[in-house]
Write a protein that binds this ligand. Structure first.
Ligand code: SAM
Length: 374
């Protein structure tokens, strides 16, 4: 590129001086300096931007290597900043509800000004979206908060639009019914929390069989043709719904509290169900408010990887994670003794009808296995 003496001098100065300093020294307007810098690829900030990106990428890889299957004591946004784009299969977390709970030794962690709190959660959601793989899911377990006028507000309502604005797609709003909660005098007693499920694009995995629920009448049969007489329900259980009523809160003497207490612990069973529904073994699950480590324990038990952070509770987490063991056998939740019995009876009936029993060996085998021979 042909440059005159004056232009070369400006570019030389730009290597060490700011635009303002170059303006004063040369009498050029800032726009003119900027235009020259842009045209010659010498924009002062470009090198710095590139450097920052490199730095960030290196730091993210380092962090990830150090983090996989570990949790750290860190602020949520610092932690998420270190996670590379599109790297996690699932975020399962429960943020502070901003209702004045005492976490660790910091009363401020759950007592922010409402506007600040909301903006902070929006940043967390945006980071969760960035770090999620396409097809991955975010599960947010939330209750209620207080708005700027101290009015009660459901957090799922507050955060719904923020999740959508972060580019995520609504999947489900799970109602987790609980036995204990507030019983205020002038409104209904609070007996549920919600888990919002959003995905990044189309959901990559959905495995309902792992989470089927017991059929109400496992032996029920169709009474109309063409399936007349056949079992009408699936013996593996009914299709799972968005109301989860069989998961006890992690309170008082719950086994999840055997190694220590956290003021707002959710049960491992809650996370495990979501992990089984939306991920495969080996995939990385993240909880950026991991607290007592419930998500990490659920990930170990189901053979998933995990990463997580919290400002406090690192000792409790370390103990719980060390104590957790992979579940080599995760029972199918929808299968009951009764449905198994019906299933076996059905298998016999079908075997009997379908087989043509003509040899004496066949007959002997059927008698041995109790498959009644006509
Ligand atoms: C609702 S609790 C989550 C408990 C967790 N699900 C469990 O089962 O133990 C919220 C957690 O967020 C943590 N926390 C609050 N502010 C934080 C911040 N800025 N960065 C990271 N963690 C934070 C608290 O210490 C608390 O453990």
């Amino acid at each position: 590129m042909d440059l005159n003496e004056e232009q070369r001098k400006v570019l030389e100065l730009l290597k060490k001086d700011s635009y303002e300093e170059v303006r004063v020294k040369t009498g050029w307007s800032k726009g003119r300096i900027y235009e020259l810098a842009l045209r010659t690829g010498a924009r002062k900030t470009e090198a710095r931007i590139r450097e920052r990106q490199e730095e960030r990428r290196r730091r993210q890889l380092e962090t990830l290597e150090a983090l996989v299957n570990a949790t750290v004591k860190a602020d949520v946004l610092d932690f998420l900043d270190g996670i590379p784009d599109n790297s996690l299969a699932m975020h399962f977390t429960s943020p502070p509800y901003n209702v004045g709970k005492q976490y660790g030794d910091c009363p401020a962690a759950d007592a922010m000004r409402f506007t600040y709190y909301h903006g902070w959660l929006m940043q967390v959601i945006s980071e969760m979206s960035r770090t999620l793989k396409p097809g991955g899911v975010v599960c947010l377990n939330v209750g209620k908060t207080r708005d700027w006028e101290d009015r009660l507000m459901p957090l799922d309502v507050l955060l719904y639009e923020d999740l959508r604005r972060a580019g995520l797609t609504f999947q489900s709003r799970i109602i987790w019914t609980v036995a204990h909660g507030l019983t205020p005098k002038h409104r209904l007693a609070e007996r549920h929390e919600t888990v919002l499920v959003f995905s990044k694009g189309e959901v990559a995995r959905f495995n309902p069989n792992a989470c089927r629920v017991p059929q109400k009448q496992p032996g029920k049969r169709a009474f109309k043709d063409p399936n007349r007489g056949a079992l009408s329900g699936n013996p593996l259980g009914a299709f799972p719904t968005d109301v989860w009523s069989d998961i006890a809160q992690a309170k008082h003497n719950h086994p999840d509290r055997a190694l220590g207490n956290h003021p707002a612990q959710f049960p491992v069973k809650l996370v495990k169900r979501a992990i089984l529904l939306y991920t495969l073994p080996g995939e990385p699950v993240c909880d950026c408010f991991v607290g007592s480590g419930s998500t990490a324990v659920a990930a170990v038990e189901t053979g998933r990887g995990f990463v997580g952070a919290d400002l406090f509770y690192e000792d409790l987490r370390a103990k719980r994670i060390a104590n957790a063991k992979p579940d080599s056998f995760t029972p199918l939740t929808g299968v009951t003794d009764e449905s198994v019995a019906v299933w076996q009876a059905e298998a016999r009936r079908v075997a009997h009808e379908a087989s043509s029993i003509n040899s004496s060996a066949d007959r002997r085998m059927c008698e041995e296995f109790g498959l009644g021979v006509a």
